[in-house]
Design a protein around this ligand. Structure first.
Ligand code: GDP
Ligand code: IMO
Ligand code: MG
Length: 421
């Protein structure tokens, strides 16, 4: 019995999907707690690749129940598309997907606003309507799954929401107006399709926890994109950090037995915002190429750089990470020298804590520690002891610096390409 949070420890795309799929083999339930279809979690099994955006990454295992919690913002179109895609691969969702009646819906106007705002704001969002949907949630004007049950009220809410946004589109952006009738019809149709999955997921999860089931709480994005603890304003609009798992699912903090931080062996970031160890040279280019660093949701090239241990230590602290899964170590094969950042200098002085403002973070100079690379491929390694001495030394330097144990090491995208420590 355990209830573990799986959290991205950097700027997202650390390999959470692969790890959740792996750990789901010994779990009963996988529950997503925040974000929406901005996430792209990749699972590679044999020669088939699945990219999941909303459905938890435990779905490939027959016996695992997948929960979409109240903290997630659901885009009906994206969800239905994902269910259809999985079914086309012969994966049945029937009886294995539970959706919180308290989850908020992404509306067509949220996606439109997201795109329109980007022309002024330039956060580099995924354009999936995430920020605008959470704005409505916190503004207490959002539409939730439970609202789908009351058709009369739903129609009323939809009509007033669309009318209000249409007015704004006209005034501010001179954008085309949304068709009220079409949207109402679409959401009523979605209601019918989604009905069998909707339930009180907090009750379900608490029952499961109390009866000794094994739960994985799957985060999306990463700690440095957290609305409170990330590199604000270049963040997402939810709480990917481990604390978000409790509010996003209705499980109490006392249920959590561990926090697993997923850490890429180097750093990547999609979208704008500070990235102290970013490499704008041929080394960064090589990481992008070897690591196939292109967004799973938007296809955008990811910015690449050396592993930032200073930022990671902050992430370990904020999340309470007690176990690390180190992914994509194989991407570092063949480098003569590897660098890791162990601190920042600002105006000639070492920085004490991870800066909270982007202006400082943009100006810091990373302090690097150099590590020997390894020439050989890690492909044939099946145990930790099989890894080259320089590889083990890199892993152990990470553990020492951040104070958390590396329990699994990813050496390829496939489900089996992992070393258990
Ligand atoms: P997520 O959003 O955290 O689930 O990560 P993404 O799926 O967006 O990006 C991670 C990418 O790295 C995917 O293409 C994975 O298939 C791939 N991947 C995961 N672990 C490893 C690994 O250990 N080695 C390599 N080479 N690729 C990996
Ligand atoms: P997974 O779960 C990497 C980034 C966007 C942008 C910022 C805000 O696959 O790790 P948003 O659309 O959320 O308002 O965009 O956050 N971002 C991600 N980056 N991985 C993700 O998810 C991301 N989800 C959002 O690129 O910089
Ligand atoms: Mg991703």
């Amino acid at each position: 019995m355990s209830v573990r949070v799986i959290v991205g420890a950097q700027w997202g795309d650390e390999g959470k999907g692969k790890v959740v799929d792996l750990l789901a083999q010994q779990s009963d339930i996988v529950a997503r707690y925040q974000g929406g279809a901005n996430a792209g979690h990749t699972l590679v099994v044999g020669n088939r690749k699945y990219v999941l955006h909303l459905i938890p990454s435990g779905i490939l295992h027959d016996g695992v129940v997948c929960v979409i919690g109240n903290g997630v913002v659901i885009d009906p179109a994206a969800l239905m598309e994902e269910i259809a895609l999985l079914e086309s691969f012969g994966i049945s969702i029937e009886g294995r997907l539970k959706i919180s009646h308290k989850a908020h819906l992404i509306m067509p106007y949220h996606k439109l606003i997201d795109t329109l705002q980007e022309s002024d704001q330039k956060i580099g969002t995924t354009g999936r309507g995430i920020g605008p949907a959470y704005i409505d949630k916190y503004n207490r004007t959002g539409i939730r799954i439970v609202d789908l049950l009351d058709r009369v009220q739903l129609e009323e809410k939809l009509r007033s929401g669309i009318a209000q946004k249409n007015e704004w589109f006209r005034k501010v952006y001179d954008a085309p107006e949304l068709d009220v009738e079409k949207t109402v019809a679409e959401y009523l149709e979605f209601d019918q399709k989604i009905d069998p999955y909707v339930t009180d997921t907090a009750e379900y999860l608490n029952d499961a926890w109390r009866s000794g089931k094994t739960l994985l709480l799957e985060g999306a994005q990463g700690a440095l994109l957290d609305i409170d603890h990330g590199t604000y304003p270049f963040v997402t609009s939810s709480s990917p950090t481990s604390g978000g798992a409790c509010t996003g699912l209705g499980l109490p903090p006392t249920a959590i037995t561990g926090v697993v931080g997923i850490v890429k062996a180097y750093c990547t970031r999609v979208g704008n915002g500070p990235f102290p160890t970013e490499l704008l040279d041929e080394v960064g280019e090589r990481l992008r190429k070897e690591g196939d660093e292109f967004g799973a949701t938007t296809g955008r090239p990811r910015r690449c750089g050396w592993l930032d241990l200073f930022a990671l230590k902050y992430s370990v602290m904020i999340n309470g990470i007690d176990e690390i899964v180190l992914t994509k170590l194989d991407v570092l094969n063949g480098f003569d020298e590897l660098k890791v950042c162990t601190g920042y200098m600002l105006d000639g002085r070492p920085v004490k804590h991870f800066p909270s403002d982007c202006t400082s973070l943009d100006r810091v100079e990373p302090i690097y520690e150099s590590h020997r690379g390894w020439g050989e491929s890690l492909e044939k390694c099946s145990r930790y002891e099989d890894l080259p001495a320089a590889t083990r030394s890199y892993v152990e330097a990470i553990e020492r610096f951040v104070g958390a144990r590396v329990s699994y090491i990813g050496i390829g995208p496939g489900r089996e390409e992992v070393i258990v420590r």
